[in-house]
Design a protein around this ligand. Structure first.
Ligand code: MCA
Ligand code: AMP
Length: 511
């Protein structure tokens, strides 16, 4: 078990020459070059600002900002100051942010300047004392205030089981749950991945994922930082621009949609990938077709891995040899991680049989924030975490995910819980009931589709319902299509047969 503040461990991996470039921006008006010294000084100044606020130990710092290097520094500064980072998807709207702030009770909230009005109103109402702004052009009150502080800061000591971050992940029923990740969870996983994926001197990472989820914030950023590797930093994913920078890079990480979009670009060639050593995919199932197309086009075999907000990374296809990477599988349990498959009654299954995936290890979270009962529900009696994913482990040890027992849609790497969307739809005028399902989508993998029943006498229009949802919830959660029907299909028990709805609409986005 690790005993240090995660920041201290990352800082220790900075190269001896702090004046080397650590991060180069790829899509700012002019490229910006941040040295390792800049990261050290910038995080110290923000950490000193946080210290000056005299917050209680392990205060939550909730952050909803555009992606920028300063936003990454804010994350690192929160670790450095010994507080708890709470990242929020910048697509979340007021009702969503209101819930997270109310639930987590952050001492500090940092938001985009243009959202200061509504964010500060709701945050102050919930008892938050400090609201700062941070924009992606390095403006805002956070940096203005941090500039008044010194650039030396001794990282606050933390134990491995102290909280480092809370990541909200939606619940099958009810509201989102905050997964509490500790310094030990994050550091142990980062150290394992550094080794497992063969990070080495000279590696350069193209970072094009958002930094409010596990994939971009922890897996990608920690990987590069812990290896002292340069990052080419995109604030937004743009397939053409990313391909143009691959020749300077060695490592890329993406959700399947990123690979699908790059494959649509003629510029994606073996030549463009000549310097690359590793393409990693995760967060959603990578279609075998995408895996094979990528091999044909680039000569590279994508390495697929599997993880969760509650556990960081769990399994990975092997780094060596590339021929051991099997498309359609998520590879082997990472060193130190236990993965087992159980039937409905929690009993062991034979090799190759399909059941619920359960996991154990130093990477598994501490529990859901202020939800001890929910936490207990998700662990077995012998303390394995029930992932809600359904899969099998074959005779060679490869894990394959075949589905989910949780009612979850993964669209472009973002998770959408049908119950949440159904709740919003059911509250809309004229809606009697609704069912939300995921259907295959060529770009997003799965797309959200809703089927609604009108109240007697009400006339509903799918497009109007979509427009109504857009102001209320993050756009990626809004159904791409809404069908109005007379009745929802139900089984003898009265349960909505979502499988029939999925089947009925599976060709909606084909081709
Ligand atoms: C954007 N839109 C979407 C999505 N993204 N709709 C459905 N699903 C999506 N994922 C919609 C917007 O609402 C908008 O709709 C329109 O598309 C254009 O929005 P824009 O922001 O321009 O989209 P984009 O820039 O093209 O974004 C697509 C994207 C992005 C690059 C694929 O979704 C993305 O970065 N996804 C990665 C998510 C990720 O990092 N996941 C990791 C989770 P309208 O036009 O109606 O307004 S971590 C995790 O799962 C675990 C633990 C793990 O294993 O890693
Ligand atoms: P979240 O923690 O909410 O970001 O999402 C975690 C979920 O993403 C997992 O429980 C899986 O259902 C899914 N997931 C992550 N990686 C993969 C993968 N490589 N293949 C299939 N599903 C994945």
């Amino acid at each position: 078990m690790t005993k240090v503040n995660l920041f201290t461990a990352l800082r220790a991996a900075f190269p001896a020459d702090l004046d080397q470039v650590a991060i180069e921006t790829a899509d700012t008006p002019q490229p910006l070059y941040y040295t390792w010294r800049d990261l050290d000084r910038g995080t110290a100044m923000i950490a000193n600002l946080l210290a000056s606020l005299q917050l209680p130990p392990m205060s939550r710092v909730a952050v909803q900002v555009e992606k920028s290097v300063e936003a990454l520094m804010l994350y690192l500064a929160v670790l450095r100051a010994g507080h708890v980072y709470l990242p929020l998807n910048n697509a979340y709207q007021a009702a969503e942010v209101d819930y997270f702030v109310g639930n987590a009770e952050p001492a500090v909230v940092v938001c985009a300047g243009r959202h200061f009005g509504w964010v500060s109103t709701l945050a102050f109402q919930k008892g938050t004392k400090h609201v700062f702004t941070l924009d992606d052009d390095r403006s805002g009150s956070l940096l203005e205030r941090a500039a008044q502080h010194g650039d030396q800061h001794e990282p606050v000591r933390r134990r491995s089981d102290d909280l480092a971050a809370i990541l909200y992940t939606s619940g099958t029923t009810g509201r989102s749950k905050g997964a509490m990740l500790t310094h030990g969870n994050l550091l142990s996983n980062a150290l394992v991945l550094k080794d497992y994926w063969g990070w080495k001197p000279g590696d350069v990472l193209v970072h094009a994922l958002p930094i409010f989820h596990v994939h971009g914030l922890f897996v990608a950023s920690h990987g590069a930082l812990l290896n002292g590797s340069r990052m080419i930093w995109f604030s937004k994913f743009d397939p053409r621009a990313v391909i143009a920078r691959l020749p300077e890079a060695t490592v890329f990480m993406g959700v399947p949609t990123l690979y699908v979009r790059m494959l649509a670009e003629p510029a994606l060639t073996q030549q463009a990938c000549r310097g690359m050593r590793l393409f990693i995919s995760g967060s959603a199932p990578l279609l075998l077709e995408t895996f094979q197309d990528w091999q044909r086009r680039t000569g590279h075999t994508i390495l697929e891995r599997y993880g969760m907000s509650e556990t960081v990374m769990l399994t990975s296809n092997p780094y060596e040899p590339a021929s051991g990477r099997r498309g359609g599988t998520v590879g082997f349990p990472l060193p130190g991680v236990g993965v087992r498959v159980r039937d409905d009654k929690g009993l062991p299954l034979a090799t190759g049989e399909i059941g619920g995936i359960e996991v154990k290890g130093p990477n598994v979270f501490k529990g859901y924030w202020r939800m001890p009962e929910k936490t207990a529900d998700e662990f077995t009696n012998d303390l394995w975490f029930k992932t809600g994913d359904v899969g099998r482990i074959d005779a060679d040890g490869y894990v394959t995910i075949v589905g989910r027992s949780k009612d979850l849609i993964i669209s472009g790497g973002y998770n959408v819980y049908p119950a949440e969307i159904e709740g919003y739809l059911n509250d809309m005028p004229g809606v009697a009931e609704s069912a939300v399902v995921g259907v295959p989508h060529p770009d997003f993998g799965e797309a959200v589709v809703a089927v609604v029943v009108a109240k007697p006498g009400a006339a509903l229009d799918g497009k109007a319902l979509i427009a109504g949802l857009k102001g209320q919830i993050a756009n990626f959660k809004v159904p791409k299509a809404v069908f109005v029907v007379a009745d929802l299909p139900r089984n003898a028990m009265g349960k909505v047969q979502k499988n029939l709805l999925r089947e009925q609409h599976k060709g909606l986005f084909a081709g």
